[in-house]
Design a binder for this molecule. Structure first.
Ligand code: FHN
Length: 498
């Protein structure tokens, strides 16, 4: 019996959680061309101030906060692990461990939402100290609960004991410290009778779904009206057939949203073309301003990105976005893991976003607080290797990741070689060569030697930087190298030849 229940539980999650998992990843260009009417609206490489600002962020913060945070992935001491797909999905908890009438309990939980410890300026200060440049904040997750006083549904913050406009407080506090805000918005709503999973079939269903579409549009315009400072809308829950079938509506809505707020940034999750192709249209062109499918995984190589802007978003526990009280027995990512993923992302022209899931009272998880501090301490020293950088044309390095800003190359070293020699490989025909290296936060200059390692037919030449043997930092460190003209300074470099 137990086995059968487990199987049913598993199938339930599989359909609920994985059916939508149309992740982006390495893919081949479509082999034949299709006439696409509802494809991309914006150019591949937007060159306006808003988009340039987006590209320079480097580090972002995601906050998943809502009614689900009260539960923290458990209820009355019983864990939802194995019974709910993720803490923010706890409404769909099923199987033997789920409490009786769970959906009803969940749908009434908002009556208890009273996060007395919530202080947006505290979160904003912490994010600022962590080095965050933009925030993505959940205004409404799949349960449909609105964290702002929306006119279009009663299931919103004004009907909780708390009443305050949380979205406004978050937007204001983050802007006050210079962090841009993007509003996360789930289209999917589990408890809305007019929401459809499958494409509507009857006239009556169509009418109801049209109501839902208008409701969605109204809420989006309301968000842009209420919080005009926001820089973008971050869509989610757009994978169901009904939404996919509304491609004309969503195409026009994207145009209208962009008209309403010039410069608005919308990622590739918002909509699909008339063939149901999401993220990219049927000809492989990006839908939206940047690729938004890198969730809990990162591209392996810059070539996977085909020159598109992108962002990677990451949980600390394996798959927990909303508050998860109990982290025991899980591999929770460390500050070192996060920093490595951050540098990997920026080395491939992406932003990296770390998720936080505050509890039902408005406090960050103690593990998140510790991580914010550790990341912030590292960023305080090394941020110039993160913000406003691009990829570097040097071949991949075994030590870590390169980033570049004009004639400065940064090498963030995560794998320190045992011989203390950092060897930088540069194409022989390169006009610029690395010289004058320092370790960020250390100040002293590292000796550089141009090494001819005597390989025949080698297209590369090598520059060696010796690390002081007394230098043993606890975390990754960054070597900052100034590039100099290798043709005019050839003699100097040759002087250094071994
Ligand atoms: O189902 C959600 C999940 O709860 C979380 O919000 C993530 C964040 O990107 N988005 C969905 C899964 O892709």
């Amino acid at each position: 019996m137990l086995k059968r229940n487990c199987l049913i539980g598993f199938l339930f999650f599989f359909t609920l959680y994985n059916v939508h998992a149309q992740w982006t990843g390495l893919k081949e260009k479509p082999s034949s061309y299709k006439e696409v009417k509802y494809g991309s609206i914006t150019p591949k490489d937007r060159q306006d101030d808003a988009m340039r600002r987006f590209r320079a962020y480097g580090l972002g913060q995601f906050i998943h906060w809502g009614i689900y945070s009260i539960a923290g992935n458990e209820w009355e001491g019983v864990s939802a692990r194995g019974g709910a797909a993720a803490p923010e999905w706890i409404r769909s908890w099923r199987g033997p461990s789920a409490p009786e009438n769970w959906t009803e309990i969940y749908d009434n939980l908002y009556k208890e939402f009273d996060p007395v410890d919530f202080d947006a300026s505290k979160w904003a200060k912490q994010a600022k100290e962590m080095g965050v440049k933009y925030l993505i904040f959940t205004t409404k997750h799949h349960d449909g609960f609105a964290m702002w006083p929306t006119k279009y549904s009663d299931y919103n913050i004004t009907n909780t004991p708390f009443k305050r406009d949380i979205v406004k407080e978050v937007v204001d506090a983050y802007h006050a410290v210079g962090i841009d805000v993007y509003l996360y918005f789930s289209v999917l709503e589990w408890n809305n009778p007019n929401y459809f999973y499958k494409a509507p079939e009857t006239k009556e269903e169509e009418e109801r779904f049209n109501k839902f579409l208008n409701y969605t549009k109204n809420q989006l315009f309301e968000l842009l009206d209420n919080y005009p400072e926001v820089k973008g809308l971050w869509f989610d829950g757009t994978w169901d057939e009904a939404w996919k079938s509304a491609y004309k509506f969503t195409y026009n809505l994207e145009i209208e949203l962009r008209e309403k707020k010039p410069g608005l940034i919308i990622g590739s999750r918002f909509r699909n073309d008339e063939y149901g192709s999401r993220h990219f249209d049927s000809n492989g062109n990006l839908l939206g301003d940047y690729e938004q499918g890198w969730e809990r995984k990162l591209p392996e190589d810059i070539s996977w990105l085909a020159g598109n802007d992108w962002e990677g978003i990451m949980t600390l526990p394996p798959n927990g976005w909303g508050f998860m009280k109990d982290w025991s027995g899980l591999y929770v990512k460390t500050a070192d893991d996060i920093l490595e993923m951050l540098m990997k992302s920026v080395s491939m022209n992406g932003n990296f976003v770390v998720n936080f899931g505050p509890d039902g009272l408005g406090n960050m998880h103690p593990g998140e607080q510790a991580l914010a501090k550790e990341v912030g301490d590292w960023m305080a020293v090394n941020k110039e290797a993160v913000y406003g950088v691009t990829d570097c044309s040097y071949p991949k390095t075994p030590y870590g990741y390169y980033t570049q800003k004009e004639n400065t190359v940064y090498l963030s070293v995560f794998n320190r070689p045992v011989n203390n020699l950092i060897r930088v490989k540069v194409a022989k025909d390169s006009k610029l060569a690395p010289a004058h290296a320092t370790i960020l936060g250390e100040g002293r200059e590292l000796p550089v030697k141009h090494a001819d390692i005597g390989l025949d037919l080698d297209r590369f030449t090598y520059f060696d930087f010796r690390l002081p043997s007394s230098f043993h930092p606890k975390r990754a460190f960054v070597i900052k190298m100034k590039l100099i003209d290798s043709t005019s300074k050839a003699e100097r470099l040759m002087d250094a030849k071994m």
